[in-house]
Design a protein. Structure first.
Length: 165
């Protein structure tokens, strides 16, 4: 299936699929739409929409992936980067590399994200610790951490919504 099999629905942000599709094709299409919503220059207006896009991009990996969504000083998207890949229950994350990438992209702020292949988005103590380490490292170069989103099959957990960022 390709994007030509879609047409706009009656309501903004809705689509009509013009022929039968498989689950795999729907997931590919959902990822394509999520990437478009996280495209360079788009302003983040709704944390919920960002969380849904990040969930769509990361929820079906069989291994842990850690990424950063880099933003300019007006919270417009610069780039989304998958930085680290791990195993079924962990990924090695290096704050130094996060700082290097944020500076290379001239980011003023970032949203951290990683998935839990188990499907359960509840953050671990290790998740909280690495967030604190990354936040401290980015603070030294004046890049704000706006959130850390943990993605599972059934939803997301936002550190910002819990008051942890």
């Amino acid at each position: 299936m390709n994007i030509t099999n879609l047409r706009a629905g009656e309501l903004p942000g809705t689509y009509v699929v013009t022929e039968p599709v498989t689950d795999t094709e729907l997931m590919r299409l959902a990822k394509l739409l999520a990437k478009r919503r996280l495209a360079r220059g788009r302003k983040i207006d709704s944390p919920g929409e960002v969380h849904r896009c990040l969930q769509t991009l990361l929820m079906d990996y069989e291994h842990e992936v850690f990424g950063i969504l880099m933003l300019d000083n007006r919270h417009r998207i610069i780039q989304f980067s998958e930085m680290f890949r791990g195993t079924i229950n962990s990924a090695s994350v290096y704050p130094r590399e996060v700082v290097k990438e944020a500076l290379a992209q001239n980011a003023a702020a970032v949203i951290l994200v990683h998935n839990h292949p188990s499907g359960e988005p509840e953050p671990s103590q290790a998740d909280r610790q690495i967030t604190d380490r990354i936040k401290q490292a980015l603070d030294t170069v004046e890049v704000r951490v706006l959130d850390h989103v943990v993605v599972g099959h059934e939803g997301t957990v936002s550190f910002a919504e819990r008051g942890w960022c």
